[in-house]
Design a protein around this ligand. Sequence first.
Ligand code: MIC
Ligand code: SF4
Length: 646
Amino acid sequence: MGLTLTEKILKAHLVEGEFVKGQEIGIRIDQTLTQDATGTMAYLEFEAMGVPRVKTERSVAYIDHNTLQSGFENADDHRFISSVAKKHGIYFSRPGNGICHQVHLERFGIPGKTLIGSDSHTPTGGGIGMIAIGAGGLDVAVAMGGGTYYITCPKVVKVELKGKLSPWVAAKDVILEVLRILSVKGGVGKVIEYCGEGVKSLSVPERATITNMGAELGATTSIFPSDEITREFLKAQKREEVWTELSADADAIYDEVIEIDLSKLVPLAACPHSPDNIKTAEELSGMKIDQVCIGSCTNSSLLDMLKVAHILKGKTVHPDVSLSIAPGSKQVLTMLAENGALADLIAAGARILESACGPCIGMGQSPNSKGISLRTFNRNFEGRSGTKDGQIYLVSPETAAISALTGVFTDPRTIGDMPEFKLPETFLINDNMVEPPVDEKDMDKVEILRGPNIKPFPQTSPLSETIDVPCSLKVGDNITTDHIMPAGAKILPLRSNIPAISEHCFTVCDKDFPKRAKELGQSIIVGGSNYGQGSSREHAALAPLYLGVKAVLVKSFARIHRANLINAGILPLTFVNENDYDNINEGDKLEIKNVKADVVAGKTTLTVVNKTKNIEIPVLCELTGRTKDIILAGGLLDYTRESLKN
Ligand code: MIC
Ligand code: SF4
């Protein structure tokens, strides 16, 4: 029986477990990446493990998120990360060098390798045939130390692409179509593998747009084959030697098959406030808009920017619209400068931002009140832009650029003839903003630079005999990590300071939550389905840990967040009967008797007694041998420390 590409790469990296779908497997990790918003915590954890040098083939620390330096905090964190990287064998991509996923694809990614990153959009690497997975910082720290990374052995979905995109229809429209079909929870437990004739018509940056935003499906990752087009891209990056041809066997068996005829696709948009709330550009056309933001790890490649420059050339941005553009990397920005396209962008009135995440994570450019903002990004969760009532639409660069000129939502097919946009035969290579680490023999000479904003990891404790605590918060379906632990320019600088950042935990849903949770001392959070979707930020688990949350009981979890809860020693529970969600209210007193003994005994169904309502609620506590031991120890750090002792 033939193998899928996913199975081929995962099997080649399998170090623990049996390759049975739905069961936990351990894989060897070849490469890691971190960014600055999750990186400080990840490197504090790495230091706590006491491993002197990273054991991966390549680990890179990027600075791209916290780039507004409106106080000392971000600059201090950057210096900390830079010094840790230098000492422990990690390459350091300096601020200004670009967005982690864009730069990693350009300069470091290798087909067939495994990559984990402390950022949920790490699957961008799937655009060149990597198994690239987003993870919590602690999992990345363990992988840097040579430890195994654990995932649920995924199902594999085949997306068979046919035909070729019509003029002005973009790769972004392909992933928006997949989101329309599968929804933001349709990818949980699955890898999305792209195959078929249509693959050949997509360049690497286009493939990377699709795998990047596959994160919004909740998927483990997404992957394209590594073919001639991949080889051309790597050759143009002067890295042809790392190329290998990779594809699924012709007779590979998939768990699900979706067919998409590229020639039938039309420009699409994800409407507020969810990436799967899809409408066609035609349906939305004519709607007045206030802002356009072009960039982010989804759509900031040279190809995207050249299309935008072509549309804007010789024109002026509509007087009622603010247009910002952040090219994805120093390579992209320099090439735009050299070929004159940057001048076209500036002349049209675009506000050029540095090569970083910027507005995508609320680092500036928040829209006006109730402002309608078209963005080429991947997430439009409520409040993420920094304006609570901002209305964010996710679109292709083509739709964004033409709408910036007209001042209303515009279908890009109205532009007229589309020229052929080609990638250059060689990209401009200059890695001078990537600092290599010092040699191992010199590592003791490197001083770690710690600013006053860096506070230690929160206190953990082993699982208690019984959990007897109230419900401090009840939330609904599709709660994102942006609800649990908001980001933005004001809160992101506190990422290294859990006590301070905890003051903002869940304040999007309930501004009194942090105070209430602290007063209660210990508590349980209750939620709906797909709880914790979105980012990989472990702060969405560490802040609740700091606020005394012992367990989270929901209808279902998003993958990375569930792993982060376990790593933080918080018990993840799901309702056996979803209707029991209605049997708990905020403030109810809940008890899970003998929880420790039951977890030790491997019981997977526990009973939560709602003492206020006098009801017994069966809940699932699905822990494997390893995750069980982590929960018992009080989290992954304690577990790792104990395992190192033995
Ligand atoms: C995001 O897009 O939400 C982020 C900011 O890149 C996060 C990481 C973080 O919260 O630091 C992600 O996607 O994992
Ligand atoms: Fe940065 Fe936005 Fe990409 Fe997250 S999604 S890595 S914030 S550009």
